[in-house]
Design a protein around this ligand. Structure first.
Ligand code: IDP
Ligand code: MG
Length: 136
């Protein structure tokens, strides 16, 4: 089995899309193995999005992800779980995300695109350790 890390971002919680998003993951046969509703602190957000430090949108991205509670999830599947989740999510820009994907069906803005999913097995391990150290 292989695990990945997912966030239902603050916009998804605010829009009451937690159930819809978890439902899409579960219908694909993926399992929720850890879940916590948490307002992410600034230091954790900056570490999580460290690859984007210095970019023009970094400060607003950190402000957004910390603005209200997010649902932190560890998701498990048989293999390539991070890739399966990324396919269900759709591409980063909802304007380009395919219909049938979470972002393609439910979001319109790059800055409020509902969901985070790890972009590799290595990122998944790093992010699970950051947000759920007891599971790492
Ligand atoms: P991902 O969430 O699809 O992995 P990343 O490139 O890792 O996309 O970017 C992280 C998040 O930062 C995106 O989900 C999006 O909300 C935001 N973002 C990425 N690029 C831009 C941009 O050019 N302008 C504004 N926000 C951006
Ligand atoms: Mg990313």
């Amino acid at each position: 089995m292989e695990r990945t890390f997912v966030i239902v971002k603050p916009d998804g919680v605010e829009r009451r899309l937690i159930g819809e998003i978890i439902s899409r993951l579960e219908k694909k046969s993926l399992s929720v193995v850890a879940a916590e509703l948490r307002t992410i602190d600034r230091a954790t957000a900056e570490q999580h999005y460290g690859e984007h430090a210095g970019k023009a949108f970094f400060d607003s991205l950190v402000a957004f992800i910390t603005r209200s509670p997010a649902l932190l999830l560890v998701i498990e599947g048989p293999s390539d779980t991070w890739k399966i989740v990324r396919t269900l999510m759709g591409v980063t820009n909802p304007a380009e995300a395919a219909p049938g994907t979470i972002r393609g069906d439910l979001a319109v803005a790059m800055t409020e695109n509902l969901i985070h999913g790890s972009d590799s097995a290595e990122s998944a391990a790093r992010e699970i350790a950051l947000f759920f150290p007891q599971l790492a």
